[in-house]
Design a protein around this ligand. Structure first.
Ligand code: FES
Ligand code: FES
Length: 271
């Protein structure tokens, strides 16, 4: 008795890599025990913090593109302290740095700032990522308010904008308190037209084990901006688009334009 012979692989296995904030980063040679948190911080992305290193505090939260139920992709918050970075081979990650910049804050970052949702700031990037995952949740705000004794109320722990506070249940803050953080969550509008992370959810999520894109296909700038002259950008000014993509680009193809792992776009709207 013995095991049957293992057939040889028909094609080479690509080197591991992960897309972080739109940039493809190789993972070759990374020790197997390296967490995504340590790896990200070692690359200078120090927004994600280590609070507990055991999945309790949420300070290390980042966004990962995962298959959705109502949309092909859903941005999902993940505790980077719990995940070996090699487990993210072929995946797409967005950190707090990838959501916005000081000059062009993401709506979640802006609401946290103006409503006093951050003091020492240690928990803030993690809160921002968890809040962004709920911000982009497909169907948020679709549910009709509950009519209770002649008044229109919203379900417990759910804001008038449909924001479900359970999305923040894995994040702890020791100094701000949760009221201003809740205020920030409840102040969020729907993602603006042309928000590319929202539109990204219409394209398929990376499949586990799918060959990762090559570093040469990485977009040169981040956060993503829409350079569309037809529908217009909704977030600040546009940096120069990647080489070969300088035409006006409609909001429909833009997410794929910025996310080369989903393939080069076939754009019906470029002008
Ligand atoms: S450091 Fe990851 S959950 Fe606390
Ligand atoms: S702002 Fe200090 S821990 Fe939350």
């Amino acid at each position: 008795m013995g095991h049957p012979p293992v057939p040889p692989r028909s094609r080479p296995v690509p080197d591991p890599s992960v897309t972080v904030n739109g940039q493809v980063a190789p993972l070759s040679g990374v020790p197997a025990h390296t967490t995504a948190l340590d790896w990200l911080r070692g690359r200078g992305l120090v927004g994600a913090k280590e609070g507990c290193a055991e999945g309790e505090c949420g300070a290390c939260s980042v966004l990962v593109a995962r298959p959705g139920t109502t949309t092909p992709t859903r941005w999902t918050a993940l505790n980077a302290c719990l995940v070996p970075v090699l487990a993210l081979d072929g995946q797409e990650v967005v950190t707090a740095e990838g959501l916005g910049t000081p000059a062009d804050l993401h709506p979640v970052q802006r609401e946290m700032a103006v409503r006093g949702g951050s003091q020492c700031g240690y928990c803030t990037p993690g809160f921002v990522c968890s809040m962004a995952a709920e911000f982009y949740r497909p169907g948020r705000g679709d549910a009709a308010p509950v009519d209770v004794v002649g008044t229109t109320e919203h379900p417990h722990e759910q804001g008038p904008n449909g924001f479900d506070l359970h999305a923040l249940s894995g994040n702890l803050c020791r100094c701000t308190g949760y009221r201003p953080i809740r205020d920030a969550a409840y102040a969020l509008d729907a993602p603006a037209h042309g928000d590319l992370l929202a539109a990204r959810q219409a394209a398929p999520a990376p499949a586990p084990g799918r060959p990762a894109p090559t570093p040469s296909s990485a977009p040169p700038t981040w956060p993503p901006r829409c350079s569309c002259s037809a529908s217009g950008p909704t977030r600040s000014s546009s940096p120069a688009p990647p080489t070969g993509a300088s035409r006006s680009t409609c909001a429909g193809c833009a997410p794929r334009w910025w996310w080369p792992s989903t393939g080069w776009p076939s754009c019906a709207g470029s002008r």
